[in-house]
Design a protein around this ligand. Sequence first.
Ligand code: 8DG
Ligand code: CA
Ligand code: CA
Length: 334
Amino acid sequence: MSKRKAPGDPKNLNQDFCDFLIELAEHELNVNRNHFKGQVYKNAARVLAAHPTRIKSGEEAKHLKGIGKKIALKIDEYLQTGKLKKLENIHHDDKGNAIKLLTRVSGIGPAKAAKLVDEGITSLEDLHKHPEKLTHHQLIGLKYFEDFEKKIPRNEIEQIESQIKNQLEDIDPKFEVTICGSYRRGKSESGDIDALITHIDYNSSIIDKKHKNQVLKTIVDKLMQCHLITDTLSLGETKFMGTCQLNPSLPTRRLDIRFVPFDQYYCAVLYFTGSDLFNQNMRHHALEQGFTLNEYTLRPLGLTGRSGEPVEILSEKCIFDVIDYPYKSPEERD
Ligand code: 8DG
Ligand code: CA
Ligand code: CA
């Protein structure tokens, strides 16, 4: 698959502004835990990334939706000095840096990281000395810290996909698997593996929770027996989070598996293919057309705003058709 962008696809002429805004956003989300401010910075980065010309001043940027006075001032400061005082300070903040490091461990969120830092734990070495402070998930995140930061090449995911398919075929040929996420969007490498599984005889109206969990457990057991799955982070009714390894010479990878009833399969495939921003735009369009779309169903909204019975969906394309949204192939959903 070609990684080149489509001809005429705009290049980001404001990349450097986006870079510092994303760093500020990460700081707000992970260190200050200020979700609102984090979203404001992220949104500003998104707007600038989509802007077709190079921004020449804060004043010019202020005319764009989502960019206010404070961000405009930062753009001016950056244009005049080539840096940002606020970011320099952030880079020298030991506590903030420790929190950011700890949140890179799978399973450690910003609140847990802040708590650990308050307890004097500021490095991976410290974490290794205090396993009692960590959950099972976090311990595995620590164990595979380096591996989980490595991107997974596309051809490795292809092999994992065919191994999952073969194992499922053994249990019951009526299982269906789709690897979603960035892999389905055609990326040459991915952060993790998002597998969705369904079975044409399993419908949301007929399967109870216990049964669903049984099916997922059977699948996970089978994938453990063939040594593809190596660890379980969590196993719920419909969702498995864990690790896999294709062979011992390769890194351990993060694998999520969801077992989804057939009538909800295509909404789930759409949702977990992403991208996040594409989903947001499509959900927004659905609302304008009088529908509510989520990872389970597409439902018409009544006059009172209450949603009706789910529309029957027999393909991913069907969702686009019902809400009259131009079809985009997964590769076009970034
Ligand atoms: P990556 O793993 O290569 O880093 O990229 P990804 O496959 O696009 O991201 P992901 O974090 O694995 O999420 C998979 C898809 O799930 C994502 O492309 C869109 C969908 N998704 C949302 N919202 C959210 C959310 O809040 N968290 C997660 N994990 N996924 C979400 O639309
Ligand atoms: Ca992914
Ligand atoms: Ca994922």
